[in-house]
Design a protein around this ligand. Structure first.
Ligand SMILES: [Zn+2]
Length: 391
């Protein structure tokens, strides 16, 4: 409203302006310094002398005294929020949404005094909040990956709201103790659209993904989250031991649950703990102990020969993905049982080797069990006995 008043004054034509021969624009010291520095603070517009006044008997033309009267309350609210963190001080960033009027009034003043290239009001507010927080708390500012981001919205009447949004990472580990549980939901993309019209599509499918969704929504309550798997197994595979790790990246305004929690539901066990973003990188790198049930088709060599050949699989495995050729290692390979055409093998191998392909050798993979045994082999099933984490 202030802007309208001043612009009317200056645009109504010379006649009216003459009657206001001195036109004072009050600015607070912050807006003054940001815009004018040590430069001249008066000019002549038509026959009116326009003068910038730094005294603050009136509200600042640009910020409405935001810097003096509102900013300290914002700082103290953010500090209050941060005081909940006694043990581990989070990294933070802040973002602000200012009333349109702040920009408009600043633009108006700048065009009148032909001011170019100075810092704008938003940058000054942001940097001032950051600086005050940095000086009065032990928080570090992290623009790209903050643990908490404060979204500050300032209204025209200088009332404000602060919403702390937290980006956090959960390390999950799931165990499948019954067969027939998929890792991911089958319905994706377009099928979702179909679901709305056909209740038959809404099969209550038991999957790790649905269970994870339920746990996260009920317990961690983020605004949004995304699951990143570290490889997968068959629907009929068991996953035992410590379970297969995966990452949930979430963002929201909830208080963080730091302790480890375990959730159990009919054959599924999922454990969650919060982790630091720096720990994510190495999580997909682990070894697994895999038990593979193989069907042998064709004439078999004698048992000793078979044993030797299976053991010779220890070493490097090469296979192609969509983008590139990948190499992984096998650390142990042995027969644990053999009855007629059925054979059980145990592998200690890097995560990520496509097991069915490695047994059958139908797609390019080097070596493959079928090749090494010179005998057609088929993977009937495989179970993950343990995921071994070197962390
Ligand atoms: Zn101001």
């Amino acid at each position: 409203m202030v802007l309208v008043r001043y612009s009317k004054l200056l645009n109504k034509g010379q006649k009216e302006i003459i009657s206001h021969s001195v036109f004072n624009i009050p600015l607070c010291k912050y807006c003054h310094k940001r815009n004018l520095g040590n430069n001249k603070t008066t000019l002549r517009k038509y026959s009116t002398r326009v003068a910038i006044r730094s005294d603050l008997t009136n509200n600042c033309f640009i910020c409405q005294n935001f810097f003096v009267e509102t900013l300290p309350s914002i700082i103290s609210q953010i500090r209050e929020h941060l005081s909940d963190f006694k043990e581990q001080v989070p990294t933070i960033d802040i973002g602000t949404i200012l009333p349109f009027q702040f920009y408009e009034n600043e633009d108006y003043l700048r065009s009148m005094f032909q001011i170019r290239g100075n810092m704008n009001i938003k940058n000054q507010i942001n940097s001032q909040i950051r600086e005050k927080i940095r000086n009065t708390t032990s928080c570090r500012i992290n623009h790209s990956n903050p643990e908490i981001r404060f979204d500050i919205t300032i209204q025209n009447d200088r009332t404000f709201s602060i919403i702390p949004r937290r980006e956090f990472y959960l390390l999950g580990r799931y165990r499948k103790l019954k067969r027939g549980i998929s890792q991911k939901n089958r319905t994706k993309g377009n099928h979702l659209h179909l679901d709305l019209y056909n209740p038959k599509f809404q099969v209550d499918e038991r999957s790790i993904e649905s269970f994870v969704n339920k746990i996260i929504n009920q317990n961690y309550k983020p605004n949004s989250f995304k699951i990143s798997w570290t490889g997968g197994e068959d629907k009929n595979s068991l996953v035992m031991g410590r379970g297969r790790p995966f990452i949930v990246k979430a963002s929201g305004c909830t208080t963080l649950i730091r302790e480890k929690r375990v959730f159990i539901d009919d054959g599924m066990e999922i454990e969650f703990e919060t982790i630091d973003s720096n720990d994510i990188e190495n999580i997909h790198r682990y070894r697994q102990l895999v038990k593979v049930f193989v069907l042998l088709k064709g004439n078999q060599d004698n048992e000793q020969e078979l044993n030797q050949r299976v053991k010779s699989l220890v070493g490097m495995v090469r296979f192609g993905t969509k983008k590139k050729t990948v190499t992984r290692n096998i650390y142990e390979s042995r027969i644990i049982d053999k009855r007629g055409e059925n054979m059980e093998l145990l592998f200690n191998m890097d995560n990520g080797i496509p097991i069915k392909q490695f047994i059958g050798g139908n797609d390019p993979i080097e070596p493959a069990l079928s090749e090494v045994l010179r005998l057609k082999c088929e993977c009937i099933n495989f179970d993950i006995i343990e995921c071994m984490y070197s962390r």
